[in-house]
Design a protein around this ligand. Structure first.
Ligand code: GLC
Ligand code: CA
Length: 577
C-alpha cells in the first residue's frame, strides 16, 4: 500500500501516526540557537523516512514567548524568529508532496497581552465593547473571585498597572495561565467570528486540521463562582492528585457550552471536507468525558490523557485502555494513544522511576534521578504496545531517539513561567523541550544548529551527542531504527485501522489480538512484570512469527532466562499468527 493512497483515505487521522514538532526545539537553520521553519524544511527527508503520516506543529505565531508561543500576538502570521508565511507554505507543500498531512495548534482560550485586540481593549475605557473581547471585571476590595492560575498565583491581574488610567483602579482581567495570556470572552459573538475567520485563513492555506489548546477551558461558568479547589492550584491536597497540583476541574473547565463552539467549528471545517480534523487538548478526568468532545458533530479526536497519566501498572492500564476503547467506540471516534508531549516529563524518564512516582512538577538536579536504562526499555515497550492498537498515535519530537528528560537543567536557564510564578518551587516543563541532537558536530548544539552557532535556547546535556540522529542512523539496535521499523510494520499491516479484542492473559501481561485492514492477525503483548511470563496460547501456533520486538529488561529481580513461548519483563512483542 503506498503512502499516497493511504493519505487519500478520507479520514486519515483515524489511524495516523502524528509527530509533534515543537518548532523552537526541532531544527535551527540559521544558527541563532532557536529552531525555525527553514530548519524543518531541511528535515523533510528525515520525517518521511521515519514513516509518520502527519505532523502537528506547536504554535509558530508571532509571540513574546512568555509561554513558548502559547501566547499568540498574531494568529495569522509566523514568528519572525521561525520564518514567514512563504516558508510555511513551502513546508506544507513539501510535506504534502510526501503524503504527510500537517495540523497546526490553535490557541483559542487566550491570546498574548501583545495581541492588538487586547491592546485595543486596554486603550478603551471600562464598558467599551473593545473590552468585551476579554474577561474584565470590576471589584474594589480584592480579586473578583478566588480563581487560581494554572501556573501558580491568582488568575486575576490588575488592569491599572498596564494602562496607568485612574478609571481602571478597581478593574481586573482574567488569565487562567500567565498574566501575559488574557482569556477571551467566549460569550461575545465577535470572539466566535474572529476564530471562524482564523480557521478559514489556515484551511485556505491548506492545513489539514488543528490541535485545539485547552479545549475544555474556553467557556466559564457565567456566575464566576469561587473555585472549590481554592486559590492556589499548585498547593492542592485532594486525594485525586499526588503532585500537589489541582486537577483540571472547577468553574472554568469542561462547561457544557464548550461543545457548541466545536459544533460551530466542525461546520466550518466541513466546508472543506471531513479529511480536515480537530483534535482536543482537553484534560478532563475520564475517558467518558473525553468522548463528549469527539461526538460526530464536534471534534475528530482527543488526546488520551488518561493513558498518559496512568501509572505503568498492568491492572490500572488494562482498565484505562478498555475504558478508552469503549468510550470512543460509543461515539464512533477513534482512540488516540499518547505518551509524551511538550507538557509532560518525557516517558523514557517517567518510566525510569519506581511505579507510582509523580513527576508532574518537573525534575531538577537535586531531585532523585531516574534509572535511564530501565526508563528507555520500558518506554520502547510502552510505545510499541500502544502503537500496535487500532487508533492513532501521537509521537513527540525526540522520543524516536529515546531522548530522556533533561533532568539537570540549570535552574537559571528555565523558561517555563511556572518556575517563577510558583515562587521557584515547581520546576515546570523545560526539561522535555530541550533542542534535539542531530549530530556530534562541534559548535553546532549537537547538529541542532549549523557550525559556530549561538548556544541553544535551552542548554542540552553534555552527553547528548551519543543520542544524536547521526549516531543512531548506523546502529541497527538504536531507538530511531526501532521507531522506523515499528511505524513501517504498523503501516504495512494496517494496524491503526484494525479491530482488536482482548485476550485472557496472565495478570502481569496485557495482550490483544488485532486484525489489520488486510485481515492479518497480530497478537500485541506486553509484559509489565519483573519475571518472564508465558505468552497467551493464541501467540504460540506453528505459523506464529514475531514481527516486532523490544529489548525487555532482565533485571536482578527477574528470573534470568526465558524459554520459548515466554515474554521477557518490560518487553513488547507483535506476533503475527
Ligand atoms: C496547553 C499547552 C501548554 C500551555 C497551555 C496554555 O496546556 O499544551 O503548553 O502552557 O495550554 O496555553
Ligand atoms: Ca533559527
Amino acid at each position: 500500500m503506498s503512502r499516497i493512497q493511504r493519505c487519500d483515505w478520507d479520514q486519515w487521522w483515524r489511524s495516523a501516526a502524528i509527530y509533534q514538532i515543537y518548532p523552537r526545539s526541532f531544527s535551527d537553520s540559521n544558527g541563532d540557537g532557536i529552531g525555525d521553519l527553514a530548519g524543518v524544511l531541511e528535515k523533510i527527508d528525515y520525517l518521511e523516512n521515519l514513516g509518520i503520516d502527519a505532523v502537528w506543529f506547536s504554535p509558530f505565531y508571532p509571540s513574546p514567548q512568555h509561554d513558548t508561543g502559547y501566547d499568540v500576538a498574531d494568529y495569522l502570521d509566523i514568528n519572525p524568529e521561525y520564518g514567514d508565511l512563504e516558508t510555511f507554505d513551502k513546508v506544507l507543500a513539501q510535506l504534502h508532496a510526501r503524503g504527510i498531512k500537517a495540523i497546526i495548534d490553535v490557541v483559542p482560550n487566550h491570546s498574548s497581552w501583545d495581541h492588538p485586540l487586547f491592546k485595543q481593549a486596554l486603550a478603551a475605557e471600562p464598558g467599551d465593547p473593545a473590552r468585551d473581547m476579554y474577561m474584565f471585571r470590576k471589584c474594589s476590595d480584592s480579586t473578583p473571585n478566588n480563581w487560581g492560575s494554572m501556573f501558580g498565583g491568582s488568575a486575576w491581574s490588575k488592569v491599572e498597572p498596564l494602562t496607568g488610567k485612574a478609571c481602571d483602579r478597581d478593574w481586573w482581567y482574567l488569565h487562567i495561565f500567565d498574566a501575559s495570556q488574557p482569556d477571551f470572552n467566549w460569550e461575545n459573538p465577535k470572539v466566535h467570528e474572529f476564530f471562524r475567520s482564523y480557521l478559514r485563513f489556515w484551511l485556505d492555506r491548506g492545513v489539514d486540521g488543528f490541535r485545539v489548546d485547552v479545549a475544555h477551558g474556553l467557556v466559564k461558568d457565567p456566575a464566576l463562582p469561587d473555585d472549590t479547589v481554592g486559590p492556589d492550584r499548585l498547593h492542592y491536597e485532594g486525594a485525586e492528585s499526588d503532585s500537589g497540583r489541582a486537577p483540571d476541574v472547577g468553574p472554568f473547565y469542561n462547561q457544557p457550552g464548550v461543545h457548541d463552539i466545536y459544533r460551530e467549528w466542525r461546520s466550518v471545517l466541513d466546508e472543506y471536507g471531513r479529511d480536515r480534523m480537530l483534535v482536543a487538548e482537553a484534560w478532563v478526568n475520564t475517558p467518558e468525558q473525553e468522548a463528549m468532545y469527539v461526538r460526530e458533530d464536534e471534534m475528530s479526536q482527543a488526546f488520551n490523557f488518561s493513558v498518559v497519566n496512568c501509572h505503568w501498572e498492568p491492572a490500572a492500564l488494562r482498565k484505562v485502555i478498555r475504558r478508552t476503547q469503549e468510550a470512543s467506540a460509543s461515539v464512533g471516534a477513534p482512540p488516540t494513544w499518547v505518551l509524551s508531549n511538550h507538557d509532560k516529563v518525557r516517558h523514557a524518564t517517567r518510566l525510569g522511576y519506581p511505579t507510582g512516582a509523580n513527576t508532574d512538577n518537573g525534575i531538577g538536579a537535586t531531585d532523585p534521578q531516574p534509572d535511564q536504562e530501565i526508563g528507555l526499555t520500558r518506554a520502547l515497550s510502552a510505545t510499541a504496545f500502544l502503537a500496535g492498537l487500532p487508533g492513532s498515535i501521537y509521537l513527540y519530537n525526540g522520543e524516536e531517539l529515546g531522548l530522556p528528560e533533561a533532568t539537570k537543567l540549570p535552574d537559571d536557564a528555565r523558561q517555563d513561567p511556572t518556575w517563577k510564578r510558583s515562587g521557584f518551587r515547581v520546576r515546570g516543563r523545560d526539561g522535555c523541550r530541550v533542542p534535539l541532537p542531530w549530530s556530534n558536530a562541534p559548535g553546532s548544539n549537537f547538529g541542532f544548529s549549523p557550525a559556530n552557532s549561538s548556544p541553544a535556547w535551552l542548554p542540552q546535556p553534555d552527553d547528548w551527542g551519543k543520542l544524536s540522529v547521526q549516531m543512531q542512523e548506523s546502529d541497527p539496535a538504536s531507538p530511531l531504527n526501532f521507531y522506523r521499523k515499528m511505524l513501517s510494520v504498523r503501516r504495512d499491516l494496517g494496524l491503526g485501522m484494525g479491530e482488536s479484542s482482548w485476550l485472557d492473559s496472565d495478570p502481569e501481561i496485557l495482550a490483544l489480538q488485532v486484525t489489520g485492514v488486510d485481515g492479518s492477525k497480530i497478537v500485541v503483548v506486553t509484559n509489565l512484570g519483573v519475571n518472564f511470563r508465558p505468552l497467551p496460547p493464541q501467540a504460540l501456533g506453528d505459523t506464529a512469527k514475531t514481527v516486532l520486538t523490544t529489548p525487555g529488561i532482565v533485571s536482578p529481580q527477574a528470573s534470568q532466562v526465558g524459554t520459548d513461548g515466554q515474554i521477557a519483563p518490560g518487553q513488547t512483542l507483535w506476533i503475527k499468527i
